[in-house]
Design a protein around this ligand. Structure first.
Ligand SMILES: O=C(O)[C@@H](CO)OP(=O)(O)O
Length: 204
C-alpha cells in the first residue's frame, strides 16, 4: 500500500509580483496567483486525486491557495490543519526588500547564497537547513504516519519550506537542492511506501 503526498506551492502573491523578499510577512495572492491555485485544483481533480488530509502554513497566501484548490475540487467541510512549521523560510532582515535592490547592494553572488545555499542564513533569518529543522520533524510526526497508512495528504505551503521537504524525500544533496525551483501554484506529487520512503514521483 502506498500513500500519496501532494505538495503545492502557493500561487503568485502580491510580493512575488513586486519582487520582494517575503518570508514570514503575510501578503495575499494576486489575481494570477488565485488562477494558479484554481488550475492546480482542477488538475488534481482531473487526475482523480481525492485527499484525506489537508495541511497548510500559518500564512495567508498558502491558506488561500488551499481554499481555492478545495473549491475547485468540490471539497467542503473538511478539517484543515495550519501550522507555523510549514511557513516559508524566515528571510530576517531581507524581508520586504526588493530582490534586485538587494543584488545591487550586496552583489549577485551573496544574494544567491542567501536565497539558495543550504546552510547560510540571510541576516537575522533562517537558512534552508534551519527551515528543514522545523519542517521535517513536523512532516515526520504529523504527515508521514498517514502516508505510511496509505492516506492521501495535500499540503499547501511555500517555496523554501517545500524545498526542505523535497530535499529529504528525494534524498537530494545540498548542491542538488540549490538548483531546485518550485513555481508558484506548482504541485509535486509523490507515492510514499509503507516504510515511509519515496516509491515514485508522479507527473500529473
Ligand atoms: O521571498 C520569499 O519568501 C521566497 C519565495 O517567494 O523567495 P525566494 O524564492 O527568493 O527564496
Amino acid at each position: 500500500m502506498t500513500g500519496t503526498l501532494i505538495l503545492v506551492r502557493h500561487g503568485q502573491s502580491d510580493w512575488n509580483l513586486k519582487n520582494l523578499f517575503t518570508g514570514w510577512r503575510n501578503p495575499d495572492l494576486t489575481e494570477q496567483g488565485q488562477g494558479e491555485a484554481r488550475a492546480t485544483g482542477r488538475a488534481l481533480k482531473g487526475a482523480g486525486i481525492v485527499p484525506d488530509l489537508f495541511y497548510t502554513s500559518a500564512l495567508r497566501r498558502a491558506q488561500h491557495t488551499l481554499d481555492l484548490i478545495l473549491e475547485e475540487m468540490g471539497i467542503l467541510n473538511v478539517t484543515i490543519t495550519r501550522n507555523v512549521a510549514l511557513n516559508e523560510r524566515d528571510y530576517g532582515d531581507l524581508s520586504g526588500l526588493n530582490k534586485d535592490d538587494a543584488r545591487a547592494k550586496w552583489g549577485e553572488e551573496q544574494v544567491l547564497v542567501w536565497r539558495r545555499s543550504f546552510d547560510v542564513p540571510p541576516p537575522g533569518g533562517e537558512s534552508l537547513k534551519d527551515t528543514a529543522a522545523r519542517t521535517l520533524p513536523y512532516y515526520e510526526a504529523e504527515i508521514l504516519p498517514a502516508l505510511k497508512a496509505g492516506k492521501t495528504v495535500l499540503v499547501a505551503a511555500h517555496g523554501n519550506s517545500l524545498r526542505a521537504l523535497v530535499m529529504a524525500i528525494e534524498g537530494l544533496t545540498p548542491d542538488e537542492i540549490l538548483a531546485r525551483e518550485i513555481g508558484t501554484g506548482e504541485p509535486t506529487v509523490y507515492k510514499i511506501g509503507a516504510d515511509g520512503t519515496l516509491a515514485e514521483r508522479v507527473t500529473l
